[in-house]
Design a protein around this ligand. Structure first.
Ligand code: ZN
Length: 362
């Protein structure tokens, strides 16, 4: 930022002093360790809100802050292959499922491998992130590109920053005019995500254009938001004020999971084609429909794409592949909605394991 423009930017936020396509900043400081010799959160109190509601409005208003101890209960570890090198992290379960579909579909439709740079950040991690940004770029820059603790959508566990190898893994405004940014802007709603800080919205949102920052609000809400033409903050404000919008709130299990992995939701056999020869959609047409594969003893594991698998004995000879129960991947229940964790055996010679099964196989 030009020094002589700092005050004007701080006051007016739309002076043109900063080229919105300027990619010379490294805008990302989320790899800063929250461990410090002093209390990084000193002076940051947090607010009154909790993030349980997918449509909660969190912004720069003091009354729209999250509690300092608020953390989602349904965080899951994201598949490692969806991250840029050297990163890992978590999202709430439904947001993770939407993100997998988004990234897989982007790869299929435009041939670009989008990757996550950062996902969930706790209040404490946001303290460190914000302080680092102030130290490096000054308070004006920090105010435009980084949220104060308690005001970050990343604390909701539904928000990601996306990048790609073509962007050198950076978070840059130039993404908006590249294939990645244009595709995301046009398609993120198909997967339940909204662009939080579009170009030109800074006078309302208080944040600069961030073509990489997407928040999951649910499939139906994302569609309504897009049709409304409102900014995300305007839409969420209207929902909080009970304006005449539907504001559909997605419940756990509402979201169909159409991903080609063993145990993933499917509408028909074609959704399972990516798994391998013979894969099919078990119980197609039901809420519990899931991709599986005939097996005699073992099943394919694809790290980062599916949970560890297990060949479950069905009838006399062969079996069917199912996901093993995994709380790290699926949350406390250990399985996706519509499946439950049960002990099952392999075809002979018998071995047993805890496996995610639809009800009728229990
Ligand atoms: Zn972000």
């Amino acid at each position: 930022m030009h020094r002589e423009c700092s005050l004007a930017v701080l006051l007016a936020l739309q002076t043109g002093c900063v080229d919105p396509t300027d990619s010379s900043y490294d805008l990302d400081h989320d790899d800063v360790s929250a461990a410090a010799s002093y209390d990084v959160c000193e002076g940051f109190a947090g607010g009154e809100l909790t993030g349980d509601d997918l449509l909660v409005l969190v912004n720069k208003e003091p009354q729209r802050q999250l509690r300092s101890d608020d953390a989602p209960a349904d965080l899951v570890a994201l598949g490692p292959s969806y991250f840029m090198p050297g990163r890992d992290g978590m999202l709430r379960g439904p947001a993770a499922d939407g993100l997998y579909e988004l990234i897989d579909t982007a790869a299929a439709e435009i041939g670009v491998a989008l990757r996550v740079r950062s996902a969930y950040r706790s209040f404490r991690e946001q303290c460190a992130t914000y302080r680092a940004k102030v130290d490096e770029n000054g308070p004006e820059h920090a105010a435009r590109y980084s949220a104060l603790p308690g005001r970050s959508q990343h604390q909701l566990g539904t928000t990601v920053d996306l990048t790609s190898a073509g962007l050198d893994w950076a978070l840059s405004p130039s993404m908006g005019s590249r294939a990645e940014g244009e595709w995301l802007s046009d398609n993120a709603h198909r997967f339940g995500f909204a662009l939080s800080y579009p170009r030109g919205a800074e006078p309302i949102t208080g944040y600069a254009y961030e073509p990489w920052h997407f928040r999951y609000v649910g499939l139906a809400a994302a569609a309504e938001l897009r049709n409304s033409g409102l900014l995300l903050d305007e839409y969420l404000f209207a929902c909080a004020e009970a304006e005449p919008l539907r504001c559909p709130r997605e419940q756990p299990g509402d979201r169909p999971k159409n991903r080609a992995f063993i145990g993933g939701h499917c509408a028909g056999d074609e959704d399972c084609a990516g798994i391998g020869a013979g894969a099919f959609c078990l119980d197609a047409g039901t809420a519990a429909a899931s991709c599986t594969l005939p097996c005699s003893r073992t099943c394919p594991d694809r790290p980062g794409l599916n949970a560890p698998t297990f060949c479950v004995a069905v009838g006399g000879s062969g079996g069917l592949c199912h996901s093993r129960c995994d709380q790290g991947l699926f949350g406390q229940a250990g399985c996706r909605p519509s499946h439950h964790c049960a002990t099952a055996s392999r075809p002979s010679p018998a071995t047993i394991a805890d496996v995610c099964l639809p009800a009728q196989l229990d």
